[in-house]
Design a protein around this ligand. Structure first.
Ligand code: ADP
Length: 260
Protein backbone atom coordinates (compact mmCIF):
# COMPACT_ATOMS: atom_id res chain seq x y z
CA UNK A 1 0.00 0.00 0.00
CA UNK A 2 1.35 3.52 -0.82
CA UNK A 3 2.13 5.67 2.26
CA UNK A 4 -0.81 7.60 3.71
CA UNK A 5 -0.85 11.32 2.91
CA UNK A 6 -3.94 12.32 4.97
CA UNK A 7 -6.83 10.87 6.97
CA UNK A 8 -10.52 11.75 7.20
CA UNK A 9 -12.87 10.50 9.86
CA UNK A 10 -16.67 10.71 9.76
CA UNK A 11 -18.46 10.03 13.03
CA UNK A 12 -22.11 9.57 12.05
CA UNK A 13 -25.06 8.77 14.26
CA UNK A 14 -25.10 5.17 13.03
CA UNK A 15 -21.65 4.36 11.63
CA UNK A 16 -18.08 5.59 12.12
CA UNK A 17 -15.82 5.70 9.07
CA UNK A 18 -12.15 6.49 8.50
CA UNK A 19 -10.47 6.91 5.12
CA UNK A 20 -6.80 7.27 4.21
CA UNK A 21 -5.66 8.82 0.92
CA UNK A 22 -2.42 8.72 -1.05
CA UNK A 23 -0.67 11.80 -2.46
CA UNK A 24 -3.13 12.12 -5.35
CA UNK A 25 -6.16 11.89 -3.07
CA UNK A 26 -7.15 8.32 -3.93
CA UNK A 27 -8.76 6.29 -1.17
CA UNK A 28 -6.20 3.62 -0.27
CA UNK A 29 -7.38 2.49 3.15
CA UNK A 30 -10.63 2.59 5.12
CA UNK A 31 -12.60 1.14 8.02
CA UNK A 32 -16.33 1.27 8.75
CA UNK A 33 -17.95 0.18 12.01
CA UNK A 34 -21.20 0.74 13.86
CA UNK A 35 -20.84 3.98 15.85
CA UNK A 36 -20.10 3.42 19.52
CA UNK A 37 -21.27 5.67 22.33
CA UNK A 38 -17.65 6.16 23.44
CA UNK A 39 -16.40 8.05 20.41
CA UNK A 40 -12.93 8.77 21.86
CA UNK A 41 -12.17 5.07 22.39
CA UNK A 42 -13.42 4.15 18.91
CA UNK A 43 -11.28 6.86 17.27
CA UNK A 44 -8.23 5.71 19.25
CA UNK A 45 -8.81 2.18 17.98
CA UNK A 46 -9.25 3.38 14.38
CA UNK A 47 -5.93 5.25 14.56
CA UNK A 48 -4.18 2.24 16.03
CA UNK A 49 -5.47 0.10 13.13
CA UNK A 50 -4.26 2.78 10.69
CA UNK A 51 -0.77 2.60 12.25
CA UNK A 52 -0.72 -1.19 12.01
CA UNK A 53 -2.12 -1.45 8.51
CA UNK A 54 -0.94 1.73 6.79
CA UNK A 55 2.22 2.88 8.58
CA UNK A 56 3.26 5.64 11.02
CA UNK A 57 0.89 8.59 11.41
CA UNK A 58 3.38 11.25 12.53
CA UNK A 59 2.68 14.49 10.67
CA UNK A 60 -0.34 13.01 8.83
CA UNK A 61 -3.19 15.58 8.87
CA UNK A 62 -6.60 14.37 10.09
CA UNK A 63 -9.92 16.14 9.49
CA UNK A 64 -13.00 15.04 11.43
CA UNK A 65 -16.56 15.45 10.19
CA UNK A 66 -20.05 14.18 11.02
CA UNK A 67 -22.33 14.49 13.96
CA UNK A 68 -19.60 13.46 16.47
CA UNK A 69 -16.72 15.44 14.90
CA UNK A 70 -16.19 17.66 17.94
CA UNK A 71 -15.31 14.61 20.01
CA UNK A 72 -12.36 13.74 17.78
CA UNK A 73 -9.64 15.54 19.74
CA UNK A 74 -6.87 14.00 17.60
CA UNK A 75 -8.14 15.93 14.55
CA UNK A 76 -6.14 18.77 13.06
CA UNK A 77 -9.48 20.38 12.13
CA UNK A 78 -13.21 19.75 12.28
CA UNK A 79 -15.19 20.45 9.10
CA UNK A 80 -18.95 20.25 8.42
CA UNK A 81 -20.45 17.24 6.67
CA UNK A 82 -21.74 19.53 3.91
CA UNK A 83 -18.23 20.65 2.90
CA UNK A 84 -16.80 17.13 3.23
CA UNK A 85 -19.53 15.46 1.21
CA UNK A 86 -19.26 18.08 -1.53
CA UNK A 87 -15.46 17.63 -1.62
CA UNK A 88 -15.69 13.82 -1.69
CA UNK A 89 -18.29 13.61 -4.45
CA UNK A 90 -16.53 16.21 -6.59
CA UNK A 91 -13.29 14.24 -6.36
CA UNK A 92 -15.05 11.13 -7.57
CA UNK A 93 -17.06 12.59 -10.45
CA UNK A 94 -15.27 15.84 -11.32
CA UNK A 95 -18.54 17.73 -11.86
CA UNK A 96 -21.31 19.44 -9.91
CA UNK A 97 -24.94 18.46 -9.50
CA UNK A 98 -27.31 17.69 -6.66
CA UNK A 99 -26.09 15.31 -3.98
CA UNK A 100 -28.63 13.54 -1.78
CA UNK A 101 -27.05 11.93 1.30
CA UNK A 102 -29.28 9.70 3.40
CA UNK A 103 -27.67 8.51 6.62
CA UNK A 104 -28.96 6.83 9.74
CA UNK A 105 -30.27 9.87 11.55
CA UNK A 106 -30.01 12.73 9.11
CA UNK A 107 -30.43 13.45 5.45
CA UNK A 108 -29.11 16.29 3.36
CA UNK A 109 -29.42 17.69 -0.14
CA UNK A 110 -26.46 19.70 -1.43
CA UNK A 111 -26.35 21.74 -4.63
CA UNK A 112 -22.78 21.71 -6.01
CA UNK A 113 -21.45 23.97 -8.78
CA UNK A 114 -19.36 22.71 -11.74
CA UNK A 115 -16.08 23.29 -9.83
CA UNK A 116 -17.21 21.53 -6.65
CA UNK A 117 -18.31 24.49 -4.49
CA UNK A 118 -21.46 24.27 -2.37
CA UNK A 119 -24.24 26.43 -3.86
CA UNK A 120 -26.96 25.65 -1.34
CA UNK A 121 -28.04 22.86 0.98
CA UNK A 122 -30.83 21.68 3.23
CA UNK A 123 -30.42 19.26 6.10
CA UNK A 124 -32.95 17.27 8.09
CA UNK A 125 -31.71 16.04 11.45
CA UNK A 126 -34.95 16.67 13.34
CA UNK A 127 -37.33 14.08 11.95
CA UNK A 128 -36.26 10.45 11.59
CA UNK A 129 -38.99 9.77 9.00
CA UNK A 130 -36.70 11.13 6.26
CA UNK A 131 -33.67 9.06 7.29
CA UNK A 132 -32.33 5.50 7.33
CA UNK A 133 -33.70 5.00 10.83
CA UNK A 134 -37.21 4.98 9.35
CA UNK A 135 -36.35 1.83 7.37
CA UNK A 136 -34.07 0.33 10.01
CA UNK A 137 -36.85 0.34 12.64
CA UNK A 138 -39.27 -1.44 10.35
CA UNK A 139 -36.62 -3.95 9.24
CA UNK A 140 -35.92 -4.82 12.89
CA UNK A 141 -39.55 -5.00 13.84
CA UNK A 142 -40.49 -7.21 10.89
CA UNK A 143 -37.29 -9.24 11.10
CA UNK A 144 -36.38 -8.54 7.48
CA UNK A 145 -32.60 -8.08 7.07
CA UNK A 146 -31.83 -4.45 6.18
CA UNK A 147 -29.95 -5.61 3.07
CA UNK A 148 -33.11 -7.30 1.75
CA UNK A 149 -35.60 -4.53 2.53
CA UNK A 150 -35.29 -2.72 -0.81
CA UNK A 151 -35.43 -5.86 -2.96
CA UNK A 152 -38.46 -7.07 -1.02
CA UNK A 153 -40.21 -3.70 -1.59
CA UNK A 154 -39.45 -3.80 -5.31
CA UNK A 155 -40.88 -7.32 -5.62
CA UNK A 156 -44.40 -5.92 -5.04
CA UNK A 157 -46.62 -4.92 -7.91
CA UNK A 158 -48.99 -3.06 -5.63
CA UNK A 159 -48.07 -0.33 -3.21
CA UNK A 160 -49.77 0.31 0.11
CA UNK A 161 -49.69 3.95 1.09
CA UNK A 162 -48.47 4.65 4.64
CA UNK A 163 -50.32 7.58 6.16
CA UNK A 164 -48.27 8.13 9.35
CA UNK A 165 -45.67 10.86 9.07
CA UNK A 166 -43.66 9.78 12.10
CA UNK A 167 -41.35 6.76 12.42
CA UNK A 168 -42.92 5.47 15.62
CA UNK A 169 -46.49 5.78 14.32
CA UNK A 170 -45.53 4.33 10.93
CA UNK A 171 -44.12 1.29 12.72
CA UNK A 172 -47.42 0.74 14.55
CA UNK A 173 -49.32 1.27 11.30
CA UNK A 174 -47.21 -1.38 9.57
CA UNK A 175 -47.71 -3.85 12.41
CA UNK A 176 -51.48 -3.38 12.34
CA UNK A 177 -51.61 -3.72 8.52
CA UNK A 178 -49.71 -7.01 8.75
CA UNK A 179 -52.05 -8.18 11.53
CA UNK A 180 -54.95 -7.40 9.17
CA UNK A 181 -53.51 -9.66 6.50
CA UNK A 182 -51.96 -7.07 4.14
CA UNK A 183 -48.90 -8.68 2.49
CA UNK A 184 -45.48 -7.40 3.50
CA UNK A 185 -44.02 -6.36 0.14
CA UNK A 186 -46.65 -3.71 -0.82
CA UNK A 187 -46.34 -2.21 2.69
CA UNK A 188 -42.56 -2.02 2.34
CA UNK A 189 -43.00 -0.40 -1.05
CA UNK A 190 -45.22 2.24 0.54
CA UNK A 191 -42.70 2.85 3.32
CA UNK A 192 -39.89 3.42 0.85
CA UNK A 193 -42.12 5.74 -1.17
CA UNK A 194 -42.90 7.81 1.95
CA UNK A 195 -39.19 8.28 2.69
CA UNK A 196 -38.38 9.20 -0.90
CA UNK A 197 -41.20 11.76 -1.03
CA UNK A 198 -39.69 13.51 1.99
CA UNK A 199 -36.30 13.57 0.32
CA UNK A 200 -37.74 14.89 -2.94
CA UNK A 201 -39.41 17.74 -1.03
CA UNK A 202 -35.90 18.69 0.19
CA UNK A 203 -34.53 18.44 -3.37
CA UNK A 204 -37.22 20.88 -4.51
CA UNK A 205 -36.15 23.38 -1.82
CA UNK A 206 -32.52 23.36 -2.99
CA UNK A 207 -33.54 23.12 -6.68
CA UNK A 208 -32.39 20.20 -8.79
CA UNK A 209 -29.15 20.80 -10.67
CA UNK A 210 -28.32 17.78 -12.88
CA UNK A 211 -27.07 15.17 -12.38
CA UNK A 212 -28.62 13.69 -9.27
CA UNK A 213 -26.11 11.81 -7.06
CA UNK A 214 -26.85 9.65 -4.02
CA UNK A 215 -24.62 8.85 -1.02
CA UNK A 216 -24.90 7.58 2.56
CA UNK A 217 -25.72 4.09 3.81
CA UNK A 218 -29.25 4.23 2.37
CA UNK A 219 -27.81 4.55 -1.15
CA UNK A 220 -27.27 0.77 -0.90
CA UNK A 221 -31.04 0.29 -0.92
CA UNK A 222 -32.20 -0.41 -4.50
CA UNK A 223 -35.82 0.66 -3.86
CA UNK A 224 -34.69 4.08 -2.67
CA UNK A 225 -32.55 4.51 -5.78
CA UNK A 226 -35.37 3.41 -8.10
CA UNK A 227 -38.05 5.53 -6.43
CA UNK A 228 -35.81 8.61 -6.35
CA UNK A 229 -35.50 8.22 -10.11
CA UNK A 230 -39.26 7.75 -10.51
CA UNK A 231 -40.14 10.76 -8.35
CA UNK A 232 -37.63 13.15 -9.97
CA UNK A 233 -37.57 11.70 -13.52
CA UNK A 234 -33.77 11.89 -13.27
CA UNK A 235 -31.16 9.18 -13.42
CA UNK A 236 -29.40 8.66 -10.08
CA UNK A 237 -25.60 8.34 -10.10
CA UNK A 238 -23.92 6.36 -7.31
CA UNK A 239 -20.34 6.79 -6.06
CA UNK A 240 -18.26 3.61 -5.70
CA UNK A 241 -18.46 3.67 -1.86
CA UNK A 242 -21.55 5.72 -0.97
CA UNK A 243 -21.05 5.45 2.81
CA UNK A 244 -17.47 6.77 2.64
CA UNK A 245 -18.01 10.00 0.66
CA UNK A 246 -17.90 12.26 3.76
CA UNK A 247 -14.79 10.62 5.26
CA UNK A 248 -13.05 10.71 1.87
CA UNK A 249 -13.89 14.40 1.49
CA UNK A 250 -12.53 15.03 5.01
CA UNK A 251 -9.23 13.34 4.06
CA UNK A 252 -9.00 15.44 0.88
CA UNK A 253 -9.59 18.66 2.84
CA UNK A 254 -6.93 17.56 5.35
CA UNK A 255 -4.48 16.98 2.49
CA UNK A 256 -5.19 20.26 0.69
CA UNK A 257 -4.98 22.41 3.82
CA UNK A 258 -1.70 20.88 4.87
CA UNK A 259 -0.27 21.94 1.49
CA UNK A 260 -0.85 25.63 2.31
P1 ADP B 1 -24.52 7.95 9.38
O1 ADP B 1 -23.36 8.50 8.54
O2 ADP B 1 -25.60 8.94 9.60
O3 ADP B 1 -24.06 7.27 10.62
P2 ADP B 1 -24.76 5.98 7.24
O4 ADP B 1 -24.49 6.85 6.05
O5 ADP B 1 -23.70 5.03 7.62
O6 ADP B 1 -25.22 6.84 8.49
O7 ADP B 1 -26.11 5.19 6.95
C1 ADP B 1 -26.71 4.32 7.88
C2 ADP B 1 -28.01 3.83 7.28
O8 ADP B 1 -27.72 3.11 6.09
C3 ADP B 1 -28.78 2.85 8.15
O9 ADP B 1 -29.73 3.54 8.94
C4 ADP B 1 -29.48 1.96 7.14
O10 ADP B 1 -30.79 2.42 6.88
C5 ADP B 1 -28.68 2.10 5.87
N1 ADP B 1 -27.95 0.90 5.47
C6 ADP B 1 -26.76 0.47 5.95
N2 ADP B 1 -26.35 -0.66 5.34
C7 ADP B 1 -27.30 -0.95 4.42
C8 ADP B 1 -27.47 -1.99 3.45
N3 ADP B 1 -26.57 -2.97 3.29
N4 ADP B 1 -28.57 -1.96 2.69
C9 ADP B 1 -29.48 -0.98 2.82
N5 ADP B 1 -29.39 0.02 3.70
C10 ADP B 1 -28.32 0.04 4.50
Amino acid sequence: MPPLRALGIDIGSTTAKIVGVDEIGQMTWHLLEQAEPRVEAQVERFLERARQEAGPLDGIPLVATGYGRRLVRQATRQVTEISCHARGIYHEFGHGGTLVDIGGQDSKVIGINPVGKVLDFVMNDKCSAGTGRFLENTANRLQVPLERLGTEALSAVEEFSISSTCTVFAESEVISLIANGVPLAPILRGLHRALVKRIVAMVRIVGLVQPLMLSGGVAQNPAIRRMLEEETSEKVILPRQPQLVGAHGAALIAMENSDL
